[in-house]
Design a protein around this ligand. Sequence first.
Ligand code: IMP
Ligand code: MG
Length: 179
Amino acid sequence: MTDPRLEGRAVKRIAFSAEQLSARVAELGREITAAYPEGELIVLGLLKGSFIFLSDLVRCINRPIKVDFLVASSYGNEMVSSGFVRLVYDPETELEGKDILLVEDIVDSGRTLSKVIEVLQARNPRSLEICALLDKHIATHLAYPPKFIGFQAPDEFLVGYGLDHAESFRHLPYIASLQ
Ligand code: IMP
Ligand code: MG
């Protein structure tokens, strides 16, 4: 497959097509809408990886929400987790007493999530849940398993729909592994 966005690389396998993604994201939006009947809901996107997923997802949530972001940095340019997590931007929205839905692109080791959850818990939200587009199911002992999961992901390095390799390929409308 030749895709001019791939910088000369080739797709090994399309893991999730644009059609599969949009159908599942619409379902997730319906699940989330049904799960939060009332109260103030803050949807917190964990940047940068969640930016495309979040923008599609919030348009499928049929109730009032507020959107904010959080930036954590866990990977360098390597394809393996360094286990190092740094908070670069903190949400400015008041979180105390609010329902918080943290939106994440992919759960791999779960280290990023554990660290971010710790920070958010300290703000005393009314509830705190996670929505992850993909779960690699490597992190089996998460104190906070995601309540909403788009897909189980294969244990391969994936790019596209927000996921990057060294900041490239985030703009692919599908999710793929590369050669
Ligand atoms: P964790 O802390 O090991 O769970 O890693 C989570 C973060 O690593 C995600 O938010 C992604 O930014 C990145 N990541 C993990 N797996 C992949 C992958 O297959 N492709 C691209 N980024 C990934
Ligand atoms: Mg990344």
